[in-house]
Ligand binder design. Structure first.
Ligand SMILES: Nc1ncnc2c1ncn2[C@@H]1O[C@H](COP(=O)(O)OP(=O)(O)OP(=O)(O)O)[C@@H](O)[C@H]1O
Ligand SMILES: [Mg+2]
Length: 505
């Protein structure tokens, strides 16, 4: 099928944007055509979100112009951008929890007639949801929705405003494989209506599946363009400028048991048990991967081990002592580190600086504090060590963590948790949001850490990741562990089958 060449919907020319100490966009040209899915690829901190925030009217560029249908336009606010037909769904959602889906979609849009519009809008929202296959109940309140549903609300909000350029910034990072399929169907429908979709993702398979055209950014510049037929290896090459070696896996004899759960029951947020009678044993130096479709109890299991939830039944021992009644902090002091799924909620404090976040766990202990005296020099040294060892790109240690790019936040969190060589590391999606090279680095770090003796419980939605680093793989389904196998003795198909609950007999 050949597409006729048309005029771009939008043209960005010579876009420059600097933040104190960083050039985020260093002169970017980009044309966006109707009827295309344009993927933006690039390392963490390459400038993707910044460029898109400029197009969405959130940031003003220092230099450069934006043309809509050939006309030069200044976007002073997201409202201006929306009126020009640009809508962006951000990495962090911007919905009001206590309002309904329909209210959120209407909010900030034709406010004078808000109440009058509400009833007819609910019907309109329902029609849009049907049309694009984005299921969501217009009467539900945001706090009742899963992250996948919230994202659908954000997309519907932009479609309601008739966006012709829809920007999706890492939309799949938080979705289950089924939800990704649903999103892709909607994206294709939107594209077929001669609109444009800008798609940002670090997952090369996804980009190759959905994009019509790929533009690669590095250090604030466009460094290449590609068709979706390019191999993942070539794309990764273009992104980082060199080949990425794969972390080699080694095999160690299993050490002594360090963590043991027996018959663990844990309640979920909505009441019923999310974890049902889980028993598992983790040995020194071992990586135990937990596979499963998101929402099958993985998060609740890790939170119970970390001390964020008290189990409703069963026992939990760490180095042969019962830890079920210890606090999060006591468990951490004994060597239990935790990388949560929700990095800006449970892991890092967005408003705090890099230094403050680096010592979030041990700010009240030597060497960071002695008695009532807080030692800023020691805190800065620790932050510097993490930043250097884990390549956290940040203009300074004084920057609020919410201003770091997503991938750099994850590096800081990861570095803080593993710097002390914990006895056990609980890692929930540790590579989510990381670029290809950083993902390989984390895999290598996990393997090195385990070789040095740390036992690791790794939850991931990526089978590739689990197969690459785990010694054994356990599968969770509806709160239970439905199978544990040495990685060398199980196939991808068998794991997939267990994940859907159809256990091979
Ligand atoms: N509000 C801000 N204040 C200070 N620095 C910022 C701000 N926003 C972005 N930056 C910096 O600009 C650079 C580009 O960041 P950007 O978020 O655009 O990267 P990205 O390509 O989206 O990366 P990722 O894949 O990690 O999301 C980074 O070095 C980041 O720290
Ligand atoms: Mg980004």
């Amino acid at each position: 099928m050949s597409r006729t060449v048309s005029d771009p919907l939008v043209r960005l020319q010579g876009i420059v944007k600097t933040f104190p100490g960083v050039v985020a966009n260093a002169g970017i040209d980009l044309a966006i055509f109707p009827g295309e899915v344009l993927a933006l690829l690039g390392e963490n901190g390459a400038g993707k979100s910044t460029l898109m925030s400029i197009l969405a009217g959130l940031y003003r560029p220092d230099e450069g112009t934006i043309l809509f249908g050939g006309e030069r336009v200044e976007l002073r606010s997201p409202r201006d951008a929306i009126h020009r037909g640009v809508g962006m769904v951000h990495q962090h959602f911007r919905l009001v929890d206590s309002l309904t889906v329909a209210e959120n979609i209407l909010l900030g849009w034709r406010e004078p007639r808000f109440l009058l519009d509400l009833r007819s809008s609910a019907a309109h929202v329902r029609r849009l949801a049907d049309q694009y296959g984005l299921e969501v109940d217009p009467a539900a309140r945001i706090w009742q929705l899963s992250v996948g549903e919230r994202q659908r609300v954000e997309i519907l909000k932009m479609l309601y405003r008739n966006a012709r350029v829809l920007i999706l910034d890492e939309p799949t990072a938080i979705l289950t494989p089924q939800e990704v399929e649903q999103l892709f169907r909607a994206v294709r429908r939107i594209r077929n209506e001669e609109r444009a979709v800008l798609f940002i993702s670090h997952k090369l398979d996804e980009v190759r599946a959905i994009a019509d055209r790929i533009v690669v950014l590095r250090a604030g510049r466009v460094v290449g363009q590609s068709s979706p037929q390019a191999s993942p290896r070539d794309l990764a090459q273009m992104m980082v400028g060199h080949d990425i070696p794969v972390a080699p896996k080694r095999h160690l004899p299993p050490g002594a048991p360090v963590l043991e759960a027996r018959g663990l029951d844990v309640h979920g947020d909505r009441g019923p048990l999310a974890v049902r009678g889980v028993s598992l044993q983790l040995r020194r130096g071992e990586i135990l991967g937990i596979a499963g479709v998101a929402g099958n109890g993985q998060r609740e299991l890790l939170e119970a081990i970390a001390g964020l939830r008290f189990p409703a039944g069963g026992s939990l021992s760490f180095n042969a002592t019962d830890i079920a009644s210890l606090t999060v902090r006591d468990r951490w002091v004994r060597g239990l580190a935790y990388i949560p799924e929700d990095r800006l909620g449970q892991g890092l404090v967005g408003a705090f600086t890099v230094t403050e976040n680096a010592v979030l766990r041990d700010y009240d202990r030597p060497p960071i504090s002695r008695g009532a005296i807080f030692n800023w020099t020691a805190a800065r040294e620790k932050a510097e060590t993490i930043v250097n060892a884990f390549h956290v790109h940040s203009a300074s240690l004084q920057v609020s963590v919410r201003h770091l790019s997503g991938g750099n936040q994850q590096r800081l969190l990861f570095g803080r948790e593993v710097l002390t060589a914990p006895v056990v590391l609980l890692a929930m999606h540790p590579t989510r949001g990381l670029d290809v090279e950083a993902t390989t680095t984390v895999h290598r770090l996990l393997i090195d850490l385990s070789a040095a003796g740390t036992a690791i419980l790794l939850v991931s939605e990526s089978l590739d990741e689990l197969l690459a680093v785990s010694d054994r793989i356990a599968v969770m389904h509806r709160g239970r562990i439905v199978g544990v196998h040495p990685t060398t003795e199980v196939s991808r198909a068998e794991i997939g089958l267990l994940m859907t609950g159809s256990a091979p007999s």
